[in-house]
Write a protein that binds this ligand. Sequence first.
Ligand code: GUN
Length: 297
Amino acid sequence: MNAARAIDGKAAAAALREKVAAGAREFARKALRKPGLHVVLVGEDPASAVYVGAKEKALHKAGMDGAVHRLPASTGEDELLRLVRKLNADPTVDGILVQLPLPDHLDEAKVLDTIDPEKDVDGFHVVNAGKLAVGKEALVPCTPAGCIRLIKEERGDLSGLHAVVIGRSNIVGKPMAQLLLAENATVTIAHSRTRNLPELAKTADILVAAVGRPEMVKGDWVKDGATVIDVGINRLAPAEDGAKGRLVGDVAYDEAARHAAAITPVPGGVGPMTIAMLLANTLVAAHAREGLEAPTL
Ligand code: GUN
């Protein structure tokens, strides 16, 4: 096979963000307020700080209101839950996102399930996970929602295609499988206990890697002509001269690109789509709360 086409997530995300910004302007005209997105960051995890900073910039650029609530790592559960409940009750807040991971002393599931499901723009609340599982309209987790957009742009109708999702997290793997199933793909979820993973992966028309292990998926795991979606963002060890380690995905890109028809690069593939989908979810939640019909994005 020739080298695969690199799927341009940056361009797809920019196009979506433009649509969201236009939708936010129209929403403000009708509702006499901007959509509101509030992000809660507890502690000083450096990667989380970078992600949250990017979300803060993006929400203002999209013409939304909102703020980042930065709390110290020592914040108690009661205090965090009080903030979440305050945001739940605030009529100017349409979306609430609590950045994960939380410090160990905080119960992640309890915090996520305290968020009003209608403001749960991360789609992590059990109500939204349940709605997605039974095929009801739901707020869908941003990363898999971004992936399914890229996959549909690439493949069109997914009916009957075999999709293999490597990874079974609540944030990516499970909702990704549900979204593919809703598009009538035949879906296999693989994970660390799966037998014959390379052989299984090689049967995939659509291969999604979401495991957080640098370059785990090798070229000979990839079927000729497959669409490969790499959700991993892993930083390799620093070089001997102290230079920052390279960012790589869960897929060995160059090898996989010799077999795939199309593949998402890291960076510049799935990553940019996640924030764009967060803005899209916020716009949808804002419309729902005002009883307005959301635009098609
Ligand atoms: N940490 C890593 N990814 C995410 C995400 O999509 N949402 C939240 N809230 N935390 C994360």
